[in-house]
Design a protein around this ligand. Structure first.
Ligand code: KG4
Ligand code: ZN
Length: 352
């Protein structure tokens, strides 16, 4: 089938996503988020997320079908995120997808969440424009930098349906998690990323030189493409504490701007090092942290300077969603891959 009609289910974190695509055409992208329920805890609580997925699953599937104007019986296949992510959250999506597959007699494709983020870039619809960067066909190979509250990964993608290599990832906090934690210590509400972005606009990014994790020559030997944000977070905490102890006012805008600069700098330094080392003149961004104004600005600047083509899908497709999973499922069907056998399970650490 060249243009398969695929329903995709995504539940790896706090978004219950159900998307429907026909080949590369986006037909529906229904999302329910439990973000508000996690706000008072300052981060995603796995138990709360899993329960919210269970409650949101059926209504979100129904909404996607209605939006797409499609009946379940018409589907060619179902795709579902089987990992990586929160185990309990993933299990809800996997169970829902298996039930649909068995009840409808439709093939089921278990897909990797991170590769799904890259699949988002293939989708087309009237009025759908990239957030920034190049339009048109995604050329391969590409380097992909995926940054959210749950992951910070650098991939080399040669073929979406079978040849994806993990170059590096965070060895501690995810970039979005660092935004959330630093926002919290500055007294800003959850989720912290958008708050830091807002406050940083009035600050001086050069005011404080915060550390860039894993960029020292000795770290680069083993961790050239890996990230670390916990040292940065601690450094911001210490800086703020020292000021407070001295009875001085905290220059929140400068701290936010300097922190944001450190994150953006290290993300793009590593991503462009991968492009240069591997001779790949393309960089694709994905994940919720792509909403960050400075990350996108610096990406555009550094890519232009390095002669690297930058691709950033629309933000609605950068954050976790079911359409990206459906898109990758459609590629697997079109490439003639066999469906997954029903004995797969949720795998919180699924490799690419
Ligand atoms: O992809 P996403 O919606 O999914 C999960 O990780 O679940 O990413 C959410 C993350 C949060 O950590 C949030 O603080 C961060 O992305 N984020 C941002 C911005 N908007 C969202 N981080 C920095 N700047 C932003 N403007
Ligand atoms: Zn994600």
């Amino acid at each position: 089938i060249q243009e398969p009609l695929v329903l995709g289910i995504e539940t790896s974190c706090d978004e219950t996503g159900v998307g429907i695509v026909r080949g590369r055409t986006l037909l529906a992208n229904a999302i329910a988020s439990s973000m508000d329920e996690h706000a008072r805890f300052g981060g995603v609580v796995p138990e709360v997320a899993a329960r919210a997925h269970l409650e949101a699953m059926t209504p979100t599937i129904e909404r996607a079908l209605a939006d797409a104007g499609v009946e379940l019986a018409e589907l060619d296949a179902i795709a579902v995120t089987s990992g990586p992510g929160l185990a309990g959250a993933l299990m809800v999506g996997v169970a829902a997808a298996k039930s649909l597959s068995v009840a409808l007699g439709k093939p089921l494709y278990a897909v990797n969440h991170l590769v799904g983020h890259v699949g988002a870039d293939l989708l087309q619809a009237d009025g759908l424009r990239p957030a920034i960067g190049a339009v048109g066909e995604l050329e391969l190979p590409t380097i992909a930098l995926l940054v959210s509250g749950g992951h910070t990964s650098l991939l080399l993608v040669r073929d979406l349906t079978g040849d994806v290599e993990m170059l590096g990832e965070t060895i501690d906090d995810a970039a979005g998690e660092a935004f959330d934690k630093v926002a919290r210590l500055l007294g800003l509400p959850y989720p912290g990323g958008p708050q830091i972005d807002r406050v940083a606009a009035d600050g001086d990014p050069q005011a404080i030189r915060f550390p860039r994790g894993l960029t020292h020559p000795k770290d680069l030997e083993r961790h050239r493409y890996d990230f670390s944000f916990s040292g940065l977070k601690t450094s911001v905490a210490r800086w703020v504490e020292r000021r407070a102890d001295a009875g001085e006012e905290i220059p929140v805008a400068d701290v936010a701007a300097s922190f944001r600069e450190a994150v953006a700098d290290v993300l793009l330094t590593k991503a462009l090092a991968a492009c240069a080392d591997l001779g790949v003149p393309r960089l694709l961004l994905g994940g919720g942290v792509v909403a960050n104004a400075r990350v996108r600005e610096l990406a555009a600047e550094r890519c232009a300077a390095a002669g690297v083509e930058l691709r950033v899908p629309p933000l609605s497709l950068c954050t976790d969603n079911g359409a990206m999973i459906a898109s990758l499922g459609a590629q697997l069907v079109a490439a003639g891959h066999a469906p997954s056998s029903l004995d797969f399970g949720a795998d919180s650490t699924l490799p690419v």
